[in-house]
Design a protein around this ligand. Structure first.
Ligand code: C2E
Ligand code: CA
Ligand code: CA
Length: 675
């Protein structure tokens, strides 16, 4: 900014200097040229007048006398009389022979020689008048003398001026009349005109100069503004108008300097949008951009004065907390940011729920410089994404996780190899019929019995698998385990369906249908005992590819369930057109049912149930943790429920009592399972 100020001063100063000099020169030249022209014009007029006078004066004379310079008394009297007629304008009239001797003068004691011999000779030589400015000593009535401006005109007298009968062809100069005109009035007139011209020129140029100066000033100001704007834009993200990574880096550096000086703390919150790539790929970049703009808008609105929200690129945003009181308060800010995503985003006619993953890191707690702060916040964000906790604060344990993630992925590959597949075990959680209390099916949930890390839940490795493409193998393993389990139960007379969770990636290609069909026929298991669960959000993202797969599965006889329903953007009425048999209401809605003072969830769940029933869907409520909820759900018309209230997910051999037992009816699992 300071440098542009210097530039502006320079520009204006430069203009003043250059323009003043050139304006002055221009003015001077203009005035000089104009006054020259005026003077020339007046001289020409004077010469013409002098010629007219000459003609009058010499008319009474003989060419011969004039040539010789011998005028007699009569001639003189005649000339005197002629001269008298112009007395008001002439100061003196003289007649010279061409050789320069005086023939006549109105003066009492005239000089005997030509005052300007050179001009005189020129006039004689080419026969044209010559004019010369001079002064005339004038005697005032009081006897004092003053010099007044006068004009000497040397007018050559041609023979024809006297004798109109002179032979044509030759018209020699016979004498020269020197007519001295009083130039006082003309001079004053010219001077007055020059003054006026000067005034006009000066005024005009001054006005022009002021206008130019103002223009230059304004332009220079505009240039400065443009420069400022460019500088600003270089620090802003073009899509959202938020500060960009560069500005964030600048501000972070400053904040860190201040924090070091004052012993305060700098917090950095990194955020990215879960599944943004899917949104972009399936809904198009326009929608993706729209979403980013809306996210930016919400973040900006939630900003405090000191905070800085920046977009780092893609779906990554950052919030700098330059003076945060504690790590806890940074975390609280992050939680607040997360709640900004609770209301759905409206992209045209599409209503979309998206969730962010947010990482928090603080300096000096987790990092001691800007790049370390960025890195630790990034690690925390990854942790948030993979544990699906929404917000994660950096911890050294977390940090290991980026390395750990890679290692884990390698180990997952290993575990999926034939020899180690027992590490990946299916657990089963019962689904209970709300009207009878009987177990009517199981959902399979994978657990990884990791040799060093103990039991890992899907949150810890399924996203990893989804990102790396291992998911297809993982799903194949889950399907094979579940179908084998169904076969084992069938062998002991149990016909109870098992649901397998599928990822979006699994159902974008129809090969999954062939694989399932092959499995079912290999184990000789009826298709109706197999269910697949696909999340609502997955369905929304790529319906064009997923729906045909689900349709084929349905035709095969496999039941299709929509999982986690209610948090995505599908309206129940859209389900009418989808090849779906079961609707699983997400845990969030179920949990809200018994929240004190809240009635809306009840209404929503009831509406969901009624609509789903009208399309012939079975409704399952997830995450039922207490009896009150179970009772309420039954009242609202839900068909089945699942949750810790009934049972946690357990390995098949711990489902009580062992299904291999002769009773053929595990405790807690009541009702007829035989087909
Ligand atoms: P999901 O399909 O919604 O599964 C239900 C999750 O809620 C399970 O978590 C289950 O243990 C948990 N849950 C059940 N009842 C309750 C309850 O009363 N309260 C609470 N708070 N939670 C309850 P889990 O096993 O950690 O699985 C998490 C997610 O991982 C599943 O969500 C599912 O989307 C995915 N997943 C699980 N197994 C597989 C798999 O084999 N393949 C794929 N692709 N995804 C899987
Ligand atoms: Ca599920
Ligand atoms: Ca679910």
């Amino acid at each position: 900014m300071r440098s542009s100020g210097r530039r502006r001063l320079g520009l204006t100063r430069y203009f003043v200097l250059v323009s003043a000099v050139s304006m002055a020169t221009l003015g001077f030249v203009l005035i000089a040229v104009t006054s020259d022209a005026l003077r020339e014009q007046s001289t020409r007029t004077a010469a013409a007048a002098a010629r007219d006078m000459m003609v009058e004066v010499v008319r009474p004379l003989e060419v011969r006398d004039l040539r010789a310079g011998t005028l007699d008394a009569t001639d003189r009297a005649n000339v005197d009389a002629a001269v008298e007629r112009f007395a008001d304008r002439t100061v003196e009239v003289r007649l010279w022979t061409t050789s320069g001797s005086l023939a006549y003068s109105t003066a009492d004691s005239p000089e005997p020689t030509v005052p300007d011999r050179a001009l005189f000779d020129q006039a004689v030589a080419d026969g044209r008048s010559r004019t010369r400015a001079t002064t005339d000593e004038h005697t005032e009535p009081d006897g004092s003398t003053t010099d007044r401006p006068a004009l000497d005109v040397y007018v050559p007298v041609h023979a024809r001026d006297i004798e109109s009968s002179a032979r044509s062809g030759t018209d020699p100069v016979v004498a020269v009349a020197q007519i001295r005109l009083d130039d006082t009035a003309t001079d004053a007139g010219v001077a007055g005109a020059v003054r006026k011209v000067t005034a006009a020129v000066v005024l005009g140029l001054l006005t022009l100069w002021v206008v130019l100066l103002r223009t230059v000033h304004a332009t220079s100001r505009r240039l400065r503004a443009v420069a400022r704007e460019n500088a600003r834009l270089a620090h802003l993200d073009s899509l959202t108008g938020l500060p960009n990574r560069r500005m964030l880096a600048d501000r972070t550096r400053h904040a860190i300097e201040r924090a070091r000086r004052d012993g305060t703390r700098v917090g950095l919150v990194l955020l990215d949008i879960d599944r943004f790539k899917d949104i972009n790929d399936t809904l198009g970049h326009d929608r993706g951009d729209q979403l980013l703009e809306q996210v930016a808008e919400r973040l900006r609105a939630a900003l405090r004065d000191d905070d800085l929200v920046a977009r780092l690129g893609g779906d990554e945003f950052a919030i700098l907390l330059p003076a945060v009181a504690s790590v806890d308060s940074a975390q609280r800010r992050a939680e607040q940011v997360r709640t900004l995503f609770a209301p759905p985003f409206e992209l045209g006619e599409l209503v979309l729920h998206v969730e962010p993953s947010i990482g928090v890191a603080c300096l000096p707690d987790h990092a001691d410089d800007a790049s370390a702060l960025m890195r630790t916040a990034d690690v925390a964000m990854y942790r948030a994404k993979h544990s699906r906790t929404g917000v994660a604060v950096y911890s050294t344990q977390t940090d290991e996780s980026s390395a750990v993630r890679l290692q884990l992925l390698g180990e997952l590959h290993q575990a999926l190899r034939e020899s180690r597949q027992d590490e990946l075990q299916m657990y089963y959680q019962p689904k209970v019929d709300l009207s009878t209390g009987r177990t009517v099916g199981f959902e399979s949930l994978m657990r990884w019995h990791h040799p060093e890390r103990g039991i890992l839940t899907p949150d810890q490795f399924v996203p990893l698998a989804e990102q790396s493409g291992v998911i297809r193998e993982l799903t194949r393993h889950a399907l094979a385990s579940c179908v084998a389990q169904l076969a084992a139960w069938r062998d002991v007379g149990w016909y109870v369906p098992i649901a397998v969770n599928l990822s979006a990636h699994d159902v974008t290609s129809e090969t999954i249908v062939d694989e399932i069909a092959a499995l079912l026929s290999r184990f000789d298991v009826p298709a109706r005992l197999l269910e697949v669960e696909i999340t609502e959000t997955a369905l929304v993202f790529e319906p064009a590819r997923i729906v045909p797969v689900l349709t084929r599965l349905g035709r095969l006889g496999v039941q299709v369930a929509i999982d986690d329903f209610g948090i995505g953007s599908t309206s129940i009425s859209q389900l009418r057109n989808l090849p779906v048999d079961i609707l699983k209401i997400d845990r969030l809605f179920v949990r809200d049912l018994t929240e004190p003072g809240r009635e809306a969830p009840e209404v929503i769940v009831q509406a969901m149930v009624e609509l789903a029933h009208s399309f012939g869907l079975t409704v399952v409520a997830e995450g039922v943790e207490d009896e009150r909820t179970a009772v309420l759900l039954a009242q609202l018309g839900a068909d089945q429920a699942q949750g810790y209230f009934y049972a946690r997910p357990l390995p098949a051999d711990r489902l009580e009592p062992p299904h291999a037992a002769g009773s053929a009816r595990p405790a807690g699992l009541t009702g007829p399972f035989r087909s």
